[in-house]
Design a protein around this ligand. Structure first.
Ligand code: SF4
Length: 341
């Protein structure tokens, strides 16, 4: 999986490092002083991840928990995200990570205790009824959780933070670590879903819709609360029929009472990410779309089309029996992360 693993010397003997290295016994390991001295120092083309993917293990310094825009989810509630990993094993053609870091190599930060301290700090200072903490701003929250092994730690943490909710957002079907744990009401597993043909053509290397639906069904049976993101929605002539079919399939595995929320967002890019998409995926179907560039440097559909798509989807959700209070439209322009790409 990795051509080389680079480990900060301070964490070489840390139990979490040892447990990760245990899984890659034949991979060469190099000791480094600090990730920041090496990672991104030389620009590495994004698609090199296909042939030469390195892993860094270390600790993250500074601000580990950051305030998130409202578009992250439930409106009117406070949202934060925390950073315990960079980059992703998947290759969604619209992924904003291809324009964000100078390297596609993976980074695992293992100082979860410090992340927990900062989460608790924000929790104690908040006077809101609910505070959301989102994992995986720069990665997929579950795809490699069997290797990183941090989920039991966060489950324990959130047991003691009853007003807080933890969102684990994924396009994976890697749910074994979750099935080994006991569900908690304040831990929400959210899946980004698109119609099956769209996943196949655009969300490269991600599990199929069928596998994600099976994962949702298993988690529901175990007692987990589930969130759904239809984001990014990509326009095509039959998008309404495709989402109607997707909602039908979802209805079969996800009862309304287990649904925490469903958010809707239309595909959008920063100028830099769009440039990367053109470079990395010149034959992508995305590039045939009728995008407009805005003076602020955004690339997206014209507003009438965005609104028409969102409102059509909203109606489809209601028609499929989802409570109006659970459907959110993601229309914030500033939010260009995994959560809306
Ligand atoms: S959009 Fe999400 S799942 Fe897809 S490659 Fe990017 S981080 Fe990974």
């Amino acid at each position: 999986m990795f051509s080389r693993i680079l480990v900060e010397q301070d964490v070489l003997n840390h139990p979490r490092t040892k447990s990760i290295l245990e899984r890659f016994k034949t991979t060469p390991v190099k000791e480094i002083n600090s990730i920041s001295e090496v990672f991104q120092r030389v620009k590495k083309p994004y698609l090199q991840k296909r042939d030469d993917l390195q892993l860094y293990i270390g600790t993250k310094k500074g601000q580990l928990v950051k305030k998130a825009p409202n578009a992250y989810g439930v409106k009117g509630e406070e949202h934060f995200y925390f950073i315990h990993s960079y980059n992703c094993i998947y290759e969604c053609e619209y992924c904003y990570l291809q324009g964000y870091f100078q390297s596609p190599d993976l980074v695992f930060f293992i100082n979860h205790e410090e992340i927990a301290e900062q989460i608790t700090d924000y929790y104690n200072k908040s006077n809101k009824e609910n505070i959301w903490f989102h994992a995986g701003e720069f990665s997929d929250s579950l795809a490699l959780s069997h290797i990183t092994g941090e989920l039991p730690f966060y489950f324990e943490l959130f047991k003691n933070l009853p007003k807080a909710k933890l969102e684990l957002r994924t396009k994976s079907a890697n749910i074994k670590p979750l099935l080994d744990l006991e569900p908690q009401d304040n831990i929400i597993v959210t899946f980004s879903l698109s119609p099956a043909h769209r996943i196949k053509s655009t969300d490269l290397k991600t599990p199929s819709l069928k596998h994600r639906l099976i994962a949702i069904e298993s988690l529901v049976k175990k007692g987990y609360r589930i969130g759904i993101h239809f984001d990014p929605v990509i326009f095509e002539d039959n998008f309404s029929d495709a989402y109607s079919e997707l909602l039908n399939s979802l209805n079969k595995v996800l009862p309304e009472e287990s649904l925490e929320y469903l958010s809707l967002g239309v595909v959008r890019f920063t100028k830099d990410v769009y440039h990367q998409v053109k470079k990395n995926y010149p034959n992508s179907e995305l590039l045939g779309s009728e995008f407009q560039k805005t003076p602020e440097g955004l690339v997206r559909y014209p507003r009438p089309l965005r609104m028409a798509m969102l409102h059509r989807l909203e109606s489809l959700c209601y028609e499929s029996g989802i409570n109006k209070d659970k459907v959110y439209l993601c229309m914030e322009d500033e939010h260009f992360s995994e959560s809306n790409t």
